[in-house]
Design a binder for this molecule. Structure first.
Ligand code: PNS
Length: 161
């Protein structure tokens, strides 16, 4: 059976933790669609297009991974593209409560969708887009935490490097 999985998120911006999870997912599922949320409630630092571009560059060598963007309910997007799995990363137990709530709500909205929780490499267990932005804004080093082009773009946003 062909299984298409969706890895949804804000990706503002993509980090090496996200990429680690995408690579792991690509080994498990036939196809992985990385889905960038448009019009997020939070005001993103990067535009929808910028966030998708950074992801596209990061996954270009992974043959069964594509990048798409969506607005509205995740389960509607999943039905539209005929996917059956939602991938979410859990870094620490603190992520679990929110993720559980979302997974169960998504299941209520669409009983055929399964959420699969995955663990990133330990080295990324404390990494988040939010912290990366904060460090970059304050002039700290984010080398090794995000792809090189993302580092450059962050530098551009905050006029560093
Ligand atoms: O990277 P994030 O911000 O943790 O991702 C959150 C995301 C995009 C997965 C979540 O906000 C989402 O699915 N939004 C789409 C709207 C929706 O379906 N809401 C109901 C979720 S139960």
């Amino acid at each position: 059976m062909f299984t298409r999985a969706v890895y949804p998120g804000s990706f503002d911006p993509v980090t090496n933790g996200h990429i680690d999870l995408i690579e792991r997912s690509a080994r498990l599922f036939d196809e992985v669609v990385v889905a960038v949320l448009r019009n997020t409630e939070k005001t993103p630092l990067f535009t929808d297009q910028e966030r998708a571009e950074m992801l596209e560059r990061a996954v270009r060598d992974l043959k069964n991974v594509t990048v798409a963007s969506f607005a509205g309910l995740l389960v509607d997007f999943i039905t539209e593209i005929e996917a059956s799995v939602i991938i979410r990363g859990i870094r620490a137990i603190s992520d679990y409560e929110y993720e559980l709530q979302m997974a169960l709500m998504n299941r209520r909205l669409s009983s055929s969708v399964e959420t699969v929780f995955m663990l990133p490499a330990e080295a990324y267990s404390y990494l988040s887009s939010k912290l990366v932005k904060e460090i970059a804004a304050l002039g700290g080093s984010i080398t090794g935490l995000v792809p090189e082009d993302v580092e450059k773009r962050l530098g551009g946003k905050f006029r560093i490097n």
